[in-house]
Design a protein around this ligand. Sequence first.
Ligand SMILES: [Zn+2]
Length: 133
Amino acid sequence: MKNTRPTPVRVGIMERRRPELVSILPIRHLSLAERLWRSAKRSLIVMGSLLLVGNAALILFPAPHIHLCLFPIACVLGPIIAIMSWQDRVLFPQVELPCPRCQKSVTIPEGIGGWPARFNCDSCAAMVELNEA
Ligand SMILES: [Zn+2]
């Protein structure tokens, strides 16, 4: 993948200030065009599926207010998701790293981006946090 370069990352857990370890991960740094495309795509998917659900609900149940409610929700949620995705400057690879708490290996979930990145350890349920080193 282009723009992927080894980047030092501080791996820690949220609840306690334990010494964090620094790992070098092949992180993808998103370009301006990629960030724009990613946020547009995400917001369109969310808005589209909400409107689809709204229209399907309109056909299945004779209750137009479901459609009327989902339409403004889609209009509000779409731009929010677009802004949130826009703020992600990096994309993390699906690599395994040792959990800072239980030392078992955890895989970074797919599609995680932006600093700090947080996800749960499968073994001890600790919130693993990745920060820019
Ligand atoms: Zn763990």
